[in-house]
Design a binder for this molecule. Structure first.
Ligand code: SAH
Length: 244
């Protein structure tokens, strides 16, 4: 399979094109040569076959050939709202959630979060995670980028969360919930919003606030999963039941 690159501009018709800097850098790093076949996608759906025409010092010119209307997105829209795990666990979570087809990730800081970011660092982290998601889309064949929303506190996010629309269900992952997720009587849904806590768990007040916003508390079995494992387990479970 030819290497795939995301281009941050709309691809509309066949013809010659100078790759935007990030994609050009990737092509340079792989030392591709004129004549090499590559695949490009712009995140709006579908992908394009292309051929490298010329490699300059920083410029890479390509010939955009045909658009292929491939569809590899998860039809069921899953949003993971999660209290960010500390260190590089969040990077790995973004990577794996993207591979599994997540539609959006909402990074949160909650009462017991270990990771505390000021506004400037939070913005830097979000751009970094967008880069991680792009790389995971390139590798996994996705044609749409997941949204990585700006970091918020759980309290502010819950306060601004509109009521669930028809077709959306909300799950609060809580190790002490009585209801096992797999046995939940499931309403027909096309969208699921999953809220998952930090290393130290969500506080009882936070869980209550989430319930007031329409979240149903569910547990994932008797073992405590790490803050990065629990949301991925639910996403994988949903993704495998709704593969396309
Ligand atoms: N120390 C906390 C556990 C935190 S685990 C405690 O003992 O409560 C991090 C988060 O993952 C939790 O807040 C919860 O949202 C989710 N989680 C982990 N294991 C889970 C399980 N068995 N069932 C439901 N949610 C779980």
């Amino acid at each position: 399979m030819p290497p795939r690159f995301f281009v941050d501009q709309a691809l509309a018709q066949p013809g010659e094109l100078s790759l935007p800097p990030a994609a050009a850098r990737h092509v340079q790093v792989l030392r591709l040569q004129p004549g090499s076949a590559i695949t490009l996608f712009d995140g709006q759906g579908g992908e394009w076959q292309a051929e490298v025409l010329a490699m300059g010092r920083s410029e890479v010119r390509v010939h955009l050939q045909t658009q292929q209307p491939v569809q590899r997105e998860l039809a069921h829209a899953v949003t993971l709202a999660l209290a960010m795990p500390a260190n590089d666990r969040m990077d790995s979570l973004v990577e794996k959630a993207t591979e599994l087809g997540v539609r959006a990730i909402q990074p949160l800081m909650s009462e017991r979060s270990v990771l505390r970011l000021n506004a400037e660092r939070a913005d830097k982290k979000v751009s970094h995670w967008r880069g991680v998601a792009i790389a995971a889309c390139e590798q996994s064949g996705r044609t749409q980028l997941p949204e990585i929303a700006p970091v918020q506190t759980l309290a502010a996010w819950l306060a601004a969360l509109p009521a669930a629309e028809a077709g959306q269900r909300r799950w609060l992952l809580s190790p002490t919930a009585a209801q096992p997720l797999a046995q939940l009587v499931q309403v027909a849904a096309t969208r699921t919003l999953v809220l998952s806590g930090p290393e130290g768990g969500l506080s009882p007040a936070e869980e209550q606030a989430a319930r007031e916003r329409g979240f149903v508390a569910v547990q994932l079995g008797p073992r405590i999963l790490r803050a990065d494992t629990a949301p991925l387990a639910v996403l994988a479970w949903l993704a495998l039941q709704n593969p396309a």
